[in-house]
Design a protein around this ligand. Structure first.
Ligand code: GLU
Length: 479
């Protein structure tokens, strides 16, 4: 069997959104699970809309996800260039060929004429199909800039054999003679994609369902050009939770946004893999290797995948908790330094704090809120917590008991502090929580923190004493 060759062919007109990333991932997995090649091709023939920064962003997003390519614009390869804007001569060769063979023709209809037809919901009427060579030459000589149209067959059916959707039939008579070359000389998507997939020896085209209506037109071009047809697989749409088309209003949709919002690449990979594919097992978490070992097109679903931010965020929490603390620190470092929370002198303190909270956050960005009281003074207390723990009679005495423990503990360790606090609760005939809750509020200003004895040990004896005394003063001032 031929080596599997697949490609991801984004148009650099925006960011790498999750739909595109999912297409890239499925292609990449298909290549890697078949010891094939994954090719990156930039489809930038829309010169007005394509930008360098978009191309760079897409490349950066793919790298961040860990999807590497075997041939592409930056590394080249045997079938380059890998940017359509550098392949004009190749397209022109085939356009000439189609014109010479009478399979395509020049069309001189003005955009005004065409717009008028569109307004009446009429397609192109084939007006220029039968111009004589003399008429064509006259028009060319007068300086008119024609487009080139492909002669679509007007009868019969074209069938797409799709690996996800089965056989999909299209009536040829529904197709206008489509433009394959614009008046500026650049090919349109349908022609460029066919030529490139052929020239780059792509044998499996895995792409979004939205391209399915283009595929019969491409098949007719394959036939006209005498090219071997690749296998097609059209992957279903990704819908928003309300089953509408996923768009900006549903929150972050680009890979870079997720990265900037504190999501990890392994989360994105795992989550995107499950958007439209399932291994058939009762397993939720997959790393790249596990996906490579399992991925195949027969488990790709025909029905739309529904994107669920909550599940994605939950999944990210799992990966953040599992991540090496040092890696998380590297990710949040610039902001932590900017806030003055990470300095040359407090690296181990910082590490301990991140270690303590990492299984309580869903994104790396949430770490900042989760650790704030380790780096900033407590200058206010949770309102509900105050009512519950600071306003009740005896609150000061309870905090005095906590203070006594903090002051007298001979070793400032979690086990020692816990042992002393529990003994104190028994002595006072109160529940351990009656001491723990006000202590937590005093030390953090919050009602919800990691285990209080861990918090105490990391904050350190001196800081704990200062904060507990400060809470006692605060309650005294209130009463
Ligand atoms: N440039 C096209 C897109 O971004 C590629 C479509 C294809 O894979 O054929 O949608």
């Amino acid at each position: 069997m031929n080596e599997v060759r697949v490609r991801f062919a984004p148009s650099p007109t925006g960011t790498l959104h999750i739909g595109g990333a999912r297409t890239a991932l499925f292609n990449w997995l298909y290549a890697r699970s078949n010891q094939g090649k994954f090719i990156l091709r930039l489809e930038d023939t829309d010169l007005g809309r394509s930008t360098e920064s978009s191309a760079a962003g897409i490349v950066e997003g793919l790298r961040w996800l860990g999807l590497d390519w075997d041939e592409g614009p930056d590394i080249q390869g045997p079938y380059g260039p890998y940017r359509q804007s550098e392949r004009l001569a190749i397209y022109q060769h085939y356009i000439e060929k189609l014109l010479n063979e009478g399979k395509a023709y020049y069309c001189f209809c003005s955009s005004k004429e065409l717009a008028a037809r569109r307004e009446q919901n009429l397609g192109y009427d084939g007006k220029c199909r039968d111009l004589t060579p003399a008429e064509v030459n006259n028009k060319l000589a007068s300086g008119l800039q024609p487009v080139v149209r492909f002669k679509m067959p007007q009868t019969g059916t074209t069938t797409v054999e799709d690996q996800v959707r089965g056989s999909v039939h299209f009536e040829n008579k529904l197709f206008d003679d489509s433009i394959i070359c614009k008046s500026d000389g650049w090919p349109t998507y349908n022609l460029a994609v066919v030529i490139d997939d052929h020239e780059m020896k792509i044998n499996h085209v895995i792409r979004a369902e939205e391209h399915l209506p283009n595929t019969p037109k491409q098949l007719l071009l394959y036939e006209a050009l005498g090219f071997e047809v690749p296998n097609f697989a059209h992957v279903s749409m990704i819908l928003a939770p309300d089953r509408s088309k996923l768009s900006k209003r549903h929150g972050a949709t680009s890979v870079q946004e997720f990265r900037d919002n504190g999501y990890l690449p392994e989360t994105m990979i795992n989550y995107l893999a499950l958007l439209g594919w399932s291994s058939g097992e009762d397993i939720t978490f997959f790393n790249l290797t596990e996906l490579i070992n399992r991925f195949n097109l027969s488990n790709v679903s025909k029905s739309a995948a529904v994107y669920d931010t909550e599940k994605l965020t939950w999944m990210n929490g799992h990966y953040v908790a599992e991540a090496e603390t040092n890696r998380l620190i590297q990710l949040i470092k610039p902001e932590a330094i900017r806030k003055g929370w990470l300095t040359v002198d407090n690296q181990s303190y910082f590490t301990n704090v991140v270690e303590l909270v990492k299984n309580r956050v869903k994104t790396t960005n949430e770490i900042f809120d989760a650790v704030e009281y380790f780096f900033e003074d407590v200058d206010s207390y949770d309102t509900k917590g105050m009512k519950k723990h600071f306003s009740k009679p005896g609150a000061i005495d309870l905090l005095q008991s906590v203070l006594e423990i903090l002051t007298t503990a001979d070793s400032f360790s979690t086990s020692k502090l816990e042992e002393m606090l529990r003994a104190k609760a028994t002595e006072l005939n109160v529940k351990a929580g009656d001491l723990i809750h006000p202590a937590r509020l005093a030390l953090s200003g919050r009602t919800n923190t990691p285990g209080i004895f861990d918090v105490m040990v990391i904050l350190g004896r001196k800081n704990c004493i200062i904060r507990t005394e400060q809470a006692i003063h605060f309650i005294q001032e209130q009463s």
